[in-house]
Design a protein around this ligand. Structure first.
Ligand code: DDH
Length: 265
């Protein structure tokens, strides 16, 4: 069986049913599923060809901890983005849940929100992304929130964090962001929004996008042109979830660690 989307229609429907969670955060499991897809893929290192979503390495203590499935994590991400009003992102299956544990990525390959533009480039160039792609990917922070018990940061980037849009870029430019030190000593940027009565936040890495000549061009573009952002995000998220994967013309993965190769149910 190849990596074709049609095989997974029933799984898509099951994911959609799971998204609505009235008791959880803003009523949707969507944002955290998008983050799961990103973390499963964002460990990729182009130079050593290690990490990435294939192999579901995040199940292992060395990389993460969640017992789940490599395809499911990335599929849940793209289904959640679409259900929250975002673009339809091309997705192919066929990742295996087998990885040679000597090839698990070391810790510390994901970005640290307390840092700046140099750190963003160091992390994302390693995966093979350029400046434009770094900005487009960061637009995922239209979704969800920070939890002080998880990352130390607290709050949400936009007023409606379960609706995919370019609001994150618009607010980044239109508001006055002030540095705030939280009770736990963590520094982030905040702005009190009078319309909604909520305090919105930005990570230092988000604000870094406005302080760098190359990055800010794309922040401005995506703030004024939602279609341009959706098109760029579609392309870059599709690239993210294919990092480290090579396929033949039928969509079968050809560089699987599993000697059986490709998808096996
Ligand atoms: Fe992110 N992210 N992310 N992020 N992210 C957090 C939450 C979410 C960084 C740090 C954090 C991407 C890039 C970066 C999502 C998607 C994506 C939190 C808060 C931190 C911290 C976690 C918590 O406390 O619960 C940093 C730094 C970067 C960067 O350097 C660019 C990317 C590329 C994506 C993506 O999906 C393409 C999403 C969604 C969330 C909200 C999760 C939730 O529970 O809600």
């Amino acid at each position: 069986m190849g990596g074709k989307t049609g095989d997974f229609e029933a799984v898509r429907q099951d994911i959609i049913k799971l998204l609505h969670q009235p008791e959880y955060d803003d009523g949707s499991a969507g944002p955290v599923l998008v983050r799961l897809a990103w973390h499963s893929a964002g460990t990729y290192d182009a130079e050593t060809d290690t990490g990435g979503s294939n192999g579901a390495g995040m199940r292992y203590e060395a990389e993460g901890g969640d017992p789940a499935n490599a395809d499911l994590w990335t599929l849940a991400g793209v289904v959640a983005i679409k259900e929250m009003g975002g673009p339809e992102i091309p997705w192919l299956g066929g990742r295996t849940d087998y990885v040679d544990d000597s090839k698990l990525p070391p810790r510390g390959r994901l970005p640290d929100g307390a840092k700046g533009a140099d750190h963003l480039r160091w992390i994302f160039y390693r995966m093979g992304f350029n400046d434009q792609e770094i900005v487009a990917l960061s637009g995922a922070h239209n979704l969800g929130r920070c939890h002080s018990d998880r990352s130390g940061f607290e709050g949400q980037w936009v007023n409606n964090p379960t609706r995919f849009s370019n609001q994150y870029f618009r607010l980044m430019l239109s508001m006055q962001w002030k540095k705030k030190t939280l009770k736990n000593g963590v520094e982030q940027f905040v702005n009190y929004d009078e319309d909604s009565g909520t305090e919105l936040m930005m990570l230092p890495t988000d604000i870094a996008l406005t302080q760098d000549k190359a990055f800010i061009k794309y922040v401005e573009l995506y703030a004024r042109d939602k279609e341009a952002f959706f098109a760029a995000f579609t392309k870059v998220f599709a690239k993210l979830i294919e990092l480290g994967i090579t396929r033949d013309a039928d969509g079968n993965i050809t560089n699987s660690d599993n000697e059986l190769g490709g998808y096996h149910a």
